[in-house]
Structures are given as structure tokens and as C-alpha cells.
Ligand binder design. Structure first.
Ligand SMILES: [Fe+2]
Length: 282
């Protein structure tokens, strides 16, 4: 993380990086999206006014990480902010029996989620629940099977998103992965949601545009995403640029163009994946 790096008095060396008062990030092992694209992965920990902690998009559970988090307060809320960011929650739920699990709308209906034994206690909605209403504003962005809840931590003016904005450094990526990342539109320093997600979101154009407008109107001081380099400088301006396709501002592509590009990106991605597999067998 860059910017605002003054260590807080309660900073501990293991695992958690202080970002602001009552706000930490945890950088996890990268994941491989679609089998080809290495994606960095991050969890955010927020301390609520009552001292309890909210974990936004928990990363892989380890007892050591749990201890490090609990050094900042009791873990009260585990948040799966979208229908794809829940994989590590079952382990956290087993280890934190008193924590409440909140899921993006539709999460509880997914067969994989049920098979994994995850108990979703509450669905997240467009309005923050009483549990964190005083500290966090939330915005629901939804289209078809996809739903994501972005959270705006008022005290630090930090916006948390999972997949609505990606900003993945291309340096050090294998050339093919980097090419695919460029096509998907997710590379730093001006990353966006992957093109296939933008195409899906455009199908619910007006509602999504309203939600994206709301996110921009919050004028965050920083944007922290689950994948990639946070927007630390000119955050609001870069957020507006990142969400331009969804807001229908500027000269962004139409829904049909986005869908066509998304289809092409998916086909290329599948081709790359097959090629990697074949190469791996040789
Ligand atoms: Fe993601």
C-alpha cells in the first residue's frame, strides 16, 4: 500500500497493514482467474464504533491470521460482498462461531455455497443494516445473477469494492496473461471491472448507472479493491473513469459493443487456457 502509511500505535507486524484509523488490509496469496490470469487478492478489516470488527471479503483462513485480526477486536461480521467472493468464508464461520455472516443477494441460492456448508445469516441490501449504519454506507450493484455490495467507510472516506473495479499491475505478468488483462480492461493504473462483468452489468443499465453514480458521488479519498493497487491519489477521479462505461458517461462503448468485446475476450481466454493445459501436458 502507498500513501497514508504512518503506522498506527496498534500496528502489529503480522499480516495486517494499517490504512487508516480502524481500517486494515490483508494481502493474500494471488488467485488464478479463469486458469490464466494471476490476480492479487485482499481482505479489508473495519473496526466499527462498538469495537467489533467487520471482515470484507475474507481471504484464506489461518489460525495465525485470526489471532492477528482479533488483536484489533472481536470478529463480529463476515461479509461476502459479491456472489463470487465467499470461498474462504466457511472456514472463518467454523472458527468464529459468534460472527454473523452477511452475503450478497443470491449468494445463499448458489448450489456450491450450499454444498460448502456456508450458512448465510443475512442478505445484504441497498441500505446498511443497523449493525454498521453509523459507520458505513453501502451501495448495491446488481444485474442478472451478479450482485455486489460496495461499502463506504465514512470516517476514512474509503470505498471498498470487490470486482466492480480491478487495478492489477501488469509488470511481471507473463505476456499472454498481460495481453488478456489488457483486453479485459483490468490493468493498472486505470483498471476497470473485467469487460465481461461490465457487459453483464450493462444489461441492467439504468439501475447500475444510478448505483455507479452514487459511488462516484461519495467522492472517496481512496478506493480499495479486492484485486490490485488501491486508488490512493485522485481516487474519486479515477473511480469516475473506471465506472464510466457503467454510468454511460463519456464516449464509452455501447452495451452491444461491450457484449461483443466480452465474448471475444472470453473466447480468447478459453483458447489461452486450453493452450496452457496442452503445453502443461507436454
Ligand atoms: Fe474477484
Amino acid at each position: 500500500m502507498t500513501g497514508h502509511a504512518d503506522p498506527l500505535p496498534d500496528a502489529l507486524p503480522e499480516g495486517l497493514t494499517p490504512v487508516d484509523d480502524g481500517l486494515w488490509t490483508v494481502e493474500a496469496e494471488p488467485i488464478r482467474a479463469g486458469g490464466i490470469l494471476p490476480l492479487p487478492l485482499r481482505m479489508v478489516v473495519i473496526r466499527l464504533p462498538d469495537g467489533g470488527l467487520l471482515l470484507y471479503s475474507p481471504t484464506r483462513f489461518t489460525p495465525a491470521l485470526k489471532r492477528a485480526v482479533e488483536a484489533r477486536g472481536p470478529i463480529r461480521h463476515l461479509v461476502a460482498p459479491n456472489v463470487a467472493h465467499w470461498m474462504f468464508l466457511p472456514d472463518w464461520q467454523r472458527a468464529c462461531a459468534d460472527a454473523v455472516v452477511w452475503g450478497a443477494p443470491g449468494l445463499r441460492d448458489r448450489a456450491q455455497v450450499r454444498a460448502a456448508g456456508l450458512r448465510v445469516d443475512h442478505d445484504l441490501g441497498p441500505v446498511a443494516p443497523e449493525a454498521w449504519r453509523d459507520a458505513i454506507e453501502q451501495v448495491l450493484v446488481r444485474s442478472g445473477p451478479f450482485a455486489e455490495v460496495a461499502m463506504f467507510h465514512r470516517a476514512s472516506r474509503t470505498l471498498l469494492v470487490a470486482d466492480l473495479v480491478l487495478n492489477v499491475p501488469g509488470e511481471g505478468m507473463p505476456p499472454l496473461a498481460r495481453g488478456f488483462g489488457g483486453l479485459a480492461g483490468i490493468l493498472a493504473p486505470n483498471g476497470k471491472a473485467p469487460i465481461y462483468l461490465r457487459a453483464l452489468l450493462k444489461l441492467n443499465g439504468r439501475a447500475v448507472a444510478r448505483a455507479a453514480d452514487r459511488l462516484v458521488s461519495l467522492q472517496p479519498r481512496r478506493v480499495v479493491m479486492s484485486h490490485g493497487q488501491p486508488f490512493e491519489d485522485r481516487a474519486a477521479e479515477r473511480l469516475a473513469a473506471s465506472l464510466a462505461d457503467l454510468r454511460g458517461t463519456g464516449s464509452g462503448p455501447s452495451a452491444a459493443t461491450l457484449a461483443g468485446l466480452a465474448g471475444a475476450a472470453l473466447l480468447i481466454g478459453l483458447g489461452l487456457r486450453r493452450w496452457r493445459r496442452r503445453r502443461g501436458r507436454r
